[in-house]
Design a protein around this ligand. Structure first.
Ligand code: ADP
Ligand code: ZN
Length: 210
């Protein structure tokens, strides 16, 4: 099954994508994680993306479309995949169609803007491996330390409050129209994000099984 997770930054789509990925034993492809890894390793693509990602702007379509083309052609995507953070614009969605990729479901995690800003301030990522955590919703076993690798947990630059507002604005302008795009194809499933992550997960799994 090929699934897309849509939603505002900080809505919790990454967390849900990981859970579904484990359950269905198919990989999650997160453009945000791929770009952050490239940035950390100082690759040419990472350097190109740096100013965009740090200021909360979208990385140009041709760059992310290139990333996705390469990643989805790898062996582990043959039996299905979950896209987390792609597509984020209509041209990106059209690029998937042009690649001949059939999307089965688009799961949109909805959270009101007012709640997003508060949630983002609690978000932390592992400096070493990129795993994400939340001070309230997804606590690491030991404060400030990654469960997976023992790395240090830090706040992402683009999770700073001013940048979050910019990212929300871009989400509404550029990404939200994708709901309509996939609704017209009969593929859109809306999940209302709940206070408890486990409640959101139950609704997400229901949408996956429908
Ligand atoms: P979130 O979902 O919390 O916004 P991501 O890790 O998905 O975080 O994305 C972080 C940043 O990476 C975005 O703000 C953008 O700069 C860049 N990015 C990730 N995916 C895309 C994409 N599909 N198109 C353009 N930019 C992207
Ligand atoms: Zn780690």
């Amino acid at each position: 099954m090929n699934i897309i997770f849509l939603g505002a930054p900080g809505a919790g789509k990454g967390t849900q994508a990981e859970i579904v990925s484990e359950k269905l034993a198919i990989p999650t492809v997160s453009t945000g994680n791929i770009i952050r890894a490239a940035l950390k390793n100082g690759t040419p693509m990472g350097l190109k993306a740096k100013e965009y990602i740090e200021s909360g702007k979208l990385v140009p379509d041709e760059v992310v479309i290139g990333i996705i083309k390469d990643r989805l052609s790898e062996d582990d995507c043959k039996n299905g995949f979950i896209l987390d953070g792609f597509p984020r614009t209509i041209p990106q969605a059209e690029a998937l169609d042009e690649m001949g990729i059939i999307i089965d479901k688009v799961i949109d995690i909805e959270v009101a803007d007012e709640k997003i800003a508060a949630r983002m301030s609690g978000r932390r990522v592992c400096k070493a491996c990129g795993n994400s955590y939340h001070l309230e919703y997804k606590k690491p076993q030991n404060d400030g330390v990654c469960d997976a690798c023992g790395g240090e947990l830090i706040q992402r630059k683009d999770d700073a409050p001013e940048t979050v507002l910019e990212r929300l604005k871009i989400y509404h302008e550029e990404t939200e129209p994708l709901k309509d795009y996939y609704e017209k194809q009969g593929k859109l499933f809306i999940v209302e994000g709940q206070e408890e992550v486990s409640d959101t997960t139950a609704l997400t799994l229901k949408a996956v099984e429908e």
